[in-house]
Write a protein that binds this ligand. Structure first.
Ligand SMILES: NC(=O)c1ccc[n+]([C@@H]2O[C@H](COP(=O)([O-])OP(=O)(O)OC[C@H]3O[C@@H](n4cnc5c(N)ncnc54)[C@H](OP(=O)(O)O)[C@@H]3O)[C@@H](O)[C@H]2O)c1
Length: 290
C-alpha cells in the first residue's frame, strides 16, 4: 500500500489517479476527504501531514509514500520552518514504520546557495529525510508551467505576465502531469534502493521571453513578458494577500534562479520529460483564459 499526500493538488491528484490506474492500493491523507477524486477503493485519512498522529496512522502497514509540501502564500513562518513542519513528523515516524521507499517533491539546486527561499527549504527537507535511512527519490523539478495559472487574469486582460527576473534567462520548465507520471513510475518500481535526486526538467529549458512567444502563437493574441523590480513584485503579491515572509522568500527564489541555481541539477535524457510548453498552453492555459 502506498500513501499519497496532497491528493487534491496539482501533482498529488495525478499521482493518486496514476497509482489507482496501475492497480496499486492507495491511502491518501486529505484535510477534506470529500474533495479527493478517487474510487471507493482509496482509503482516506482525514487531516494534514503536518500532524504526527495523522502521519502515524497513515504509515501503518504502508510500503511506500509520496510526500509533497503544500505551498501557502499566506504562510507566517520562514520557508525552512514551514517546509520542515510537513516533514518532521514523517522523519520521526519512518524508522519505526514499514515504509521503505519514499518519493519526495523537491527542487533543482542541491549544492547551490541556501538563501533560495522555498528551494533551499526543500533541499533541507531532503537532508532531513535522508538522515532516516529511507530509500529516497527526490524529484528535483524545474519551474512549473502551472505557475502561469496564477497570472490568468493579467494574461487575459492585459496580455502580460510578470516575474522579478530577466526575460532572457533559460530555466527548465516542466508540467505537473509529467512530475506525477514520474512519481507513479518510481513508486510502482519495487527494485530500486538508495537515495538520489531525479531531475524533472520538461523537454527544453526556456526563457520567460520564449514562453511569451509560445503563448502569443498558441493563444493567438500578443503576450509579453514584463520584468518587475523586486519592489513592484512585492507590492503586487502583498496586494493579492500574500504574506510578507512568503513574498520575501519568493524574491530570494527568483534571485537564486537568475543566478543559475538549476545548473546544479543538469539536464539528462532521463530528466527530460515529454509535455511541451506549446501543448500545455493549448490544453491547459488556453481553456483557462478563454
Ligand atoms: N511551482 C514551482 O515552480 C515548483 C518548482 C519546484 C518544486 N516545487 C514544489 O512543488 C510543491 C507544490 O506542488 P503542487 O503544485 O502539486 O502543490 P499544490 O497543488 O499547490 O498543493 C495543494 C494541495 O496541498 C493540500 N494542502 C494545502 N494546505 C495543506 C495543509 N495545511 N495540510 C495538508 N494539505 C494541504 C491541498 O489540499 P486541500 O484540498 O485540503 O486544499 C492540495 O491537495 C511545493 O513543495 C514546491 O516547493 C514547485
Amino acid at each position: 500500500m502506498i500513501v499519497v499526500t496532497t491528493p487534491t493538488g496539482q501533482i498529488g491528484s495525478k499521482v493518486l489517479a496514476g497509482l489507482v490506474k496501475a492497480g496499486e492500493i492507495v491511502r491518501a491523507i486529505a484535510r477534506d476527504p470529500g474533495r479527493v477524486e478517487a474510487p471507493g477503493s482509496v482509503e482516506v485519512i482525514e487531516g494534514t501531514h503536518a500532524d504526527p498522529s495523522v502521519v502515524a496512522r497513515a504509515l501503518e502497514g504502508a510500503e511506500a509514500a509520496f510526500w509533497c509540501v503544500p505551498p501557502d502564500e499566506t504562510m507566517s513562518a520562514p520557508a525552512r520552518e514551514y517546509y520542515l513542519r510537513f516533514c518532521r513528523p514523517l522523519a520521526e515516524a519512518l524508522p519505526g514504520s514499514s515504509v521503505r521507499r519514499l518519493v519526495l517533491v523537491s527542487s533543482g539546486g542541491r549544492g547551490g546557495p541556501r538563501d533560495s527561499g522555498p528551494i533551499g527549504a526543500a533541499l533541507e527537507v531532503e537532508e532531513l529525510l535522508e538522515s532516516t535511512g529511507v530509500h529516497l527519490r527526490a524529484l528535483r523539478c524545474g519551474y512549473f508551467m502551472e505557475n502561469l495559472l496564477s497570472q490568468v487574469e493579467m494574461l487575459r486582460d492585459r496580455g502580460i505576465f510578470a516575474h522579478p527576473m530577466k526575460g532572457d534567462i533559460a530555466v527548465p520548465v516542466c508540467a505537473t502531469r509529467d512530475i506525477g507520471a514520474r512519481a507513479v513510475e518510481i513508486l510502482g518500481d519495487r527494485s530500486w534502493t538508495g537515495q538520489t535526486g531525479v531531475g524533472v526538467h520538461g523537454p527544453t529549458h526556456l526563457t520567460l521571453n520564449q514562453m511569451a512567444d509560445v503563448m502569443t502563437r498558441v493563444l493567438g493574441r500578443p503576450i509579453r513578458y514584463q520584468e518587475l523590480s523586486e519592489e513592484d513584485f512585492r507590492s503586487v503579491l502583498l496586494g493579492f494577500g500574500a504574506s510578507e515572509v512568503y513574498t520575501r522568500e519568493l524574491i530570494d527564489l527568483f534571485r537564486a534562479m537568475a543566478g543559475g541555481l538549476h545548473d546544479a541539477q543538469p539536464r539528462t535524457p532521463d530528466s527530460t520529460t515529454p509535455t511541451t510548453f506549446d501543448s500545455w498552453c493549448a490544453e491547459t492555459l488556453w481553456p483557462a483564459i478563454a
